[in-house]
Design a protein around this ligand. Structure first.
Ligand code: C2E
Ligand code: MG
Ligand code: MG
Ligand code: MG
Length: 294
């Protein structure tokens, strides 16, 4: 691939060749540095999970009861501060480190779910984002079973989020993998729904639990008629298929009201609460419960 780019650059003349050569080298170099930094970070315990609340759509101006939390990966970098997945997940995915990192995320989420149950903070499932590499792994179901067993929790304590793209790319193996995961009691959600290209025929045949409407549609509510039509159609379709449906990136009460009116089950977004470190999440939950007297 790199050779090809260089060949093409060369054909464009000497000056071009040097330009592309340097660009390529810089890219490969920073990739390599980041990869080894990521491996080190994992050993040094610099990764953390943040948790974003998921609540029932009905129940009040800020939604109803807590029904879940999504685990979102963060890297507490020694010099660059707190980094979100956009800063490193692509590189991790390209270099197989994602398998180790993904397993760390799964175990950390399982431990947090156990801790919240033991301390009676909340008995809701924690949703974990899967990488394409994990989902492709042969025996992924068995790997998840091992983590559940080691941590000593039931599958019901976790949910797994996959994208449409991952499902369609692995369409041959997806049904068996999903069946194995659901046999363990785990819920399976399709993340960023509406942005991919899931064949509707496949959608009805895959054992799924939930569709999460992509935040790009929610962000355009209430003004944008097209986004509204798509959002309503996804909600209708999910209900017709007997799937739960959740909306991501809910930022204001006009959006919440529309989504609730249209029959969306769950909400997630800044209106409800941002992704938070575990202690902050617990504090958020205490405040919310005392405000609601529940
Ligand atoms: P996602 O799973 O779709 O997660 C939702 C993203 O939207 C999160 O970004 C969250 O912080 C952000 N968000 C939440 N509420 C709002 C809102 O009201 N407005 C806006 N504009 N954004 C909101 P984050 O944490 O940066 O994660 C980005 C993506 O990285 C995730 O998208 C997910 O695909 C991936 N990711 C996160 N954690 C993991 C992980 O542990 N493993 C893997 N494989 N991927 C992860
Ligand atoms: Mg997600
Ligand atoms: Mg999403
Ligand atoms: Mg996403």
């Amino acid at each position: 691939h790199a050779d090809m780019a260089m060949y093409q650059a060369k054909a464009g003349g000497r000056a071009n060749y040097q330009f592309f050569d340097a660009e390529l080298a810089r890219h490969a170099y920073s990739d390599l540095v980041l990869e080894s930094e990521l491996a080190q970070a994992l050993e040094r315990g610099e990764f953390e999970l943040f948790f974003q609340p998921q609540v029932a759509a009905l129940g009040g101006e800020q939604g109803g009861a807590l029904i879940g939390a999504e685990a979102l990966l963060r890297w507490r970098h020694p010099t660059r501060g707190l980094l979100g997945p956009d800063a490193f997940i692509d590189v991790a995915e390209r270099h197989r480190l994602m398998l180790k990192l993904g397993e760390w995320v799964l175990r950390a989420a399982a431990l947090q779910a156990r801790d919240w149950r033991e301390r009676r903070v909340a008995a809701v499932p924690i949703a974990v984002n899967l990488s394409r590499m994990q989902f492709r792994l042969e025996g992924f179901g068995a790997a998840v079973a091992r983590v559940l067993d080691e941590v000593g929790i039931a599958g019901e304590c976790l949910e797994l989020e996959l994208t449409e793209r991952m499902l369609m790319d692995e369409i041959a193996s997806a049904p068996a993998t999903l069946t194995a995961l659901r046999a363990l009691g785990l819920g399976v959600s399709v993340d960023d729904f509406g942005t991919g290209y899931t064949s509707l025929a496949h959608l009805t045949q895959l054992p799924l639990d939930k569709l999460k409407i992509d935040q790009s549609f929610v962000a355009k509510l209430p003004e944008d008629g097209g986004a509204a039509a798509i959002t309503r159609a996804i909600i209708q379709m999910a209900r017709g298929l007997g799937l739960h449906v959740s909306a991501e990136g809910v930022r204001n009460s006009a959006q919440r009201r529309l989504l609730a009116d249209w029959g969306c089950d769950e909400l997630q977004g800044e209106l409800i609460g941002p992704p938070m470190a575990a202690p902050d999440f617990e504090q958020w939950l205490r405040q919310r419960r005392s405000a609601f007297h529940d």
